[in-house]
Design a protein around this ligand. Structure first.
Ligand code: ZN
Length: 162
């Protein structure tokens, strides 16, 4: 699948996810891009820098992954946008800065994004995404910032969302 086709696919999935499960983002503009270059370890990125619209960036190297993987990845990035929305701009800016400075803040932010989408019914998708990323060597260095597939499963079971 070429980059443009993958970008269109991601846009379509994102639109469906927002419609179904992210009501707070329905009236917001969320743009989805698959850029030419992306850092190897990363699969996606959620950005909100006003006055620009909310944006998601996806790594084109994930274009061969399953639909469930992509739903997990895109719902995770939308989870970040929902957290931004609920916090408002000031808090989001402070947290975005701390995200890159503090390992603890970063881990907590990633946990919150995953827990939000698990509560909204995407446990099996983010499980599939995480399970796969745990196997991709180039992603190994950043996995410590994320819930493991087993942590996802046990959290989902605990709250009755598995
Ligand atoms: Zn994230």
């Amino acid at each position: 699948m070429d980059r443009k086709t993958f970008q269109n696919k991601c846009r379509k999935i994102t639109k469906e996810l927002i419609k179904k499960s992210f009501p707070e983002l329905k009236k917001k503009r969320v743009l989805v891009f698959v850029p030419l270059f992306f850092r190897k370890a990363y699969s996606g990125l959620a950005l909100w820098i006003p006055p620009f619209p909310r944006m998601l960036f996806l790594n084109k190297e994930r274009s061969t992954e399953s639909d469930s993987f992509l739903r997990g990845l895109l719902s995770h990035e939308l989870g970040h946008q929902s957290l931004h929305f609920m916090r408002g701009l000031k808090k989001s800016i402070i947290l975005a800065s701390l995200y890159w400075l503090s390992k603890k803040v970063r881990r907590k932010e990633e946990d919150e994004a995953n827990k939000l989408i698990i509560r909204r019914g995407y446990a099996r998708d983010i499980y599939a995404t995480t399970k796969r990323l745990e196997k991709i060597k180039t992603c190994g260095g950043i996995q410590k910032y994320y819930m493991s597939s087993e942590e996802i499963k046990s959290y989902a079971k605990k709250i009755g969302k598995w």
